[in-house]
Design a protein around this ligand. Structure first.
Ligand SMILES: [Zn+2]
Length: 376
């Protein structure tokens, strides 16, 4: 056995823990850039700083402006409160603040992809959804609207200094957002588990996360104020973030990246629409390839964990996820404007996406087009 594992310097988890942020912030910096739509919430907690309100998913330009504002106002610390958008924006700003230059100097795919040599400015991540796990990952996904793509700034130096996961912050999430972010969390537990880069430690996290999410997702959908279920989902999401940052993802995220660049749809909704179809196509491909028996065994244990049945087969896991998506009113990709004519271009881009490299089996062009067509 050999593995490596890296995560945020410090993780604080539990209901009410957000109230510890002001004291923790004072330990790592003097003045904070507050990246959030809800800076009033942070001020009420007694956290002073320079507000940088963000609207929507982060773009190259937004991050450029944030780093400039932080410099002009003497901020030496970045705090992000929000969903994956706010946290990725804050993470990217903290990296630029310490490394200088422009986001495009470092951005993968459309930028120069130069390494970020210096540790980021201290960064505190406070998620308000139970979905992305971005509070413990080492990349920030940025949109470049002129290129119609999303690409990452990525570096081990970008792991947050502190992740504060307070399930109480998710109590007011509306059902649709609860469903899409929750299914993203579930995807981020299944994909690292079947990933070719899975390791003994991420396997433990994924197994426990899948078990919790399988029970809690329907409960938070039915009653958003069920704190026990919200706590389970927040923990499951954190476990997914820990796993994906160290074991990678797969076909769902391989497609979600180009889809997110070409269509105006939230990341979680895209993953939710893709998940059952990616499972179906992956499992069929594994069945057709005798040299991939291990991948099929992994889908068998996914199915047994999700359904709770000791004799479940891989396909039963897919059926369970399909039923969950139906119950949680997940919309297909067509609802976001994706059409059959878009399939070839999306398959081209997905084949080159970094997440696709960890998929349990290399999908053929035909299999990728089939997966996407089913999800439309
Ligand atoms: Zn995701």
């Amino acid at each position: 056995m050999r593995f490596e594992f890296a995560t945020a310097t410090r993780i604080v988890f539990g209901p009410g823990t957000v109230r510890e942020v002001p004291a923790a912030a004072a330990e790592v910096g003097r003045r904070a850039l507050l990246v959030t739509r809800r800076s009033a919430d942070l001020e009420r907690m007694g956290l002073a700083g320079e507000p940088f309100p963000i609207n929507g998913e982060p773009t190259v330009d937004m991050v450029r402006q944030g780093a400039q504002l932080a410099r002009e106002t003497g901020c030496d610390l970045v705090i992000a409160l929000g969903g994956g958008s706010a946290i990725d924006a804050g993470k990217a700003i903290a990296a630029l603040l310490a490394n200088g230059g422009d986001p495009l100097d470092y951005l993968e795919v459309v930028g120069q992809g130069r390494p970020l040599d210096r540790p980021s400015a201290p960064f505190i991540a406070i998620p308000t959804t139970a979905g992305t796990g971005s509070e413990v990952t080492r990349n920030a996904v940025l949109a470049s609207p002129e290129h119609r793509v999303k690409a990452s700034l990525r570096s081990p130096h970008m792991l947050p200094r502190l992740a504060v996961v307070d399930p109480e912050l998710t109590l007011d999430l509306p059902p649709a957002l609860t469903a899409s972010t929750g299914l993203d969390a579930l995807t981020q537990l299944i994909e690292p588990y079947v990933s070719i880069r899975a390791n003994a430690l991420t396997d433990l996290y994924c197994a426990e996360g899948m078990r919790l999410a399988a029970s809690a997702l329907r409960r938070v959908w039915r009653d958003g104020h069920d704190l026990a279920a919200r706590t389970d989902m927040a923990f499951a999401s954190l476990l997914g973030g820990l796993a994906l940052a160290n074991a990678g993802l797969g076909a769902v995220h391989g497609f979600a990246a180009p889809l997110g660049g070409m269509f105006d749809a939230p990341h979680g909704s895209l993953c939710a629409a893709l998940l059952p179809h990616a499972m179906r196509v992956n499992i069929a491909a594994l069945r057709a390839s005798p040299s991939h028996a291990d991948g099929l065994l992994r889908y068998t244990s996914v199915a047994r964990t999700l359904t709770g049945h000791a004799a479940a087969m891989p396909e039963d896991g897919t059926a369970w996820v399909e039923c969950l998506c139906r119950d949680l009113e997940i919309r297909p990709l067509g609802a976001y404007g994706v059409r059959a004519a878009d399939v070839p271009a999306l398959a081209d881009k997905a084949a080159r996406a970094s997440s696709m490299k960890a998929n349990p089996i290399v999908l053929t062009r035909g299999q990728m087009e089939d997966l996407l067509t089913r999800a439309i």
